[in-house]
Design a protein around this ligand. Sequence first.
Ligand code: GLU
Length: 319
Amino acid sequence: MTVADQAMDWQKILASIEAAVSPHIGSGKVANYIPALACVDPRKFGIAVALPDGSMQILGDADESFSVQSISKVFTLALTLQRVGEDLWEAVGREPSGSSFNSIVQLEAEAGIPRNPLINAGAIATTDRLVASYGGGQAGAHEAMEDLLITARRLAQDENIAIDYEVAESESRSGSRNRALAHFMASFGNMKNPVEDSLSAYFRHCSIAISCRQLARAALFLAFDGCDPVTGEQVVSKERCQRILAILMMSGHYDNSGEFAYRIGLPGKSGVGGGILVVAPEHGTIAVWSPGLNQAGTSMVGSIALEELVQQTGWSVFV
Ligand code: GLU
């Protein structure tokens, strides 16, 4: 923890976040293209800040589980890079897309290689390589998801993280677009497993139920050169950590990534469940949740909370 961080008045910071968000609570649109997400109370709001000494600053519904959705792509990416290494970059690029999360247009022009691992097509391709690294097929998908859950629980130091199978089912039933993306990539030879096996793993990791406290804690290694500052576990190498953060900064919020970098100035990932995870290198991690989304699928109130937090802490990477 930096000297400046040690002197931080968290009560004051949390109070100013509360004041900044309260006029906006309930704004934005809850994702309804996945029916199981449509019934979430739009007035929910929680934030958790994980610090390197293991302490946690929280506000609101920070202990309530929500659907992690695309934020899971960060952990899938880290695990896949650990398992398959640089070969992953044959299946997926590292450029921001400037397109919506489920866009199909670029895929045709770019011969079935998605722009980055955080858009849906790229995350499906990444998940496909992860599943292949466990032997492929249904068994590989099952083992990969078991390992991902075990990893998330270990990093969060909390066993109460699980897949919400109702959400996974709902995603699968309403997953025509993701299926189209996967089949399109398969037509270019960019899927190693039967499409349904990789998709079933993708739907499962998007459906993990997690709280802000658990999420911020699980990602803490990303703020400290890949090393969990509390347990000392080197989860990924320093270089890999830097590269994951670069991808988050450029592509973490689809066609809202530029705006997010402009307003908040921290690498992060949003999900249509209303969660946002951001990493403040050398300071800590922040997870915020509020279900109302903007047009690009980023939590509206969550972004306001993060903007206020960065203003209060000075944690932008563009110091
Ligand atoms: N599971 C969602 C989907 O595939 C993830 C989208 C998101 O969270 O941005 O559409």
